[in-house]
Design a protein around this ligand. Structure first.
Ligand code: CUA
Length: 153
């Protein structure tokens, strides 16, 4: 084989292996992989389906909370969540009508919430303050007023 051919072949394969190692490290060691499972729900029966029959905040551990939330035109339920600083919150979301968005301003929490699907997203709130939650998917005439707050105290 030609010398240059060898060099290109080796560097090409090496780069491939390096990228696979970086991606594997991020996915498995840093837990940065995309969600790989899909959970569905009958969007007509959200109010009757657990856990969405009882939306609210539950303490599930030391500084750990679970928030079951439903989105509909043009509100988040429950609204005005309050949690202590340093808490990790696991949000479990679904929509009762059309596609909505769930974005906590100033954080990386950002999810599309579609009817018929259960969306899960985890966010740690280290600093106290009032976090604005907005819908960032156009959902109708009241889209721009669809917001709530998370108070971290
Ligand atoms: Cu809900 Cu825009």
């Amino acid at each position: 084989m030609h010398r240059y051919e060898e060099i290109w072949l080796i560097s090409g394969i090496s780069l491939l292996v390096i990228f696979m190692l970086i991606t594997g490290y991020q996915t498995f060691a840093l837990d940065m992989g995309p969600p790989s499972h899909k959970e569905t729900i009958d969007p007509q029966k959200v109010d009757q389906t657990s856990p969405f029959d009882k939306p609210g905040i539950t303490k599930i551990g030391e500084n750990e909370y679970e928030v079951v939330m439903t989105l509909e035109v043009f509100a988040f339920a429950p609204a005005d969540i309050e949690i202590p600083a340093g808490s990790t919150v696991h949000f479990i979301l679904t929509s009762k009508d059309v596609t909505h968005g769930f974005e906590v301003a100033g954080t990386n929490a950002n999810a599309m919430v579609m009817p018929g699907y259960i969306q899960k997203i985890t966010q740690k709130f280290s600093e106290a303050g009032e976090y604005l939650v907005v819908c960032n998917e156009y959902c109708g005439a009241g889209h721009q007023v669809m917001s709530t707050t998370i108070k971290v105290v």
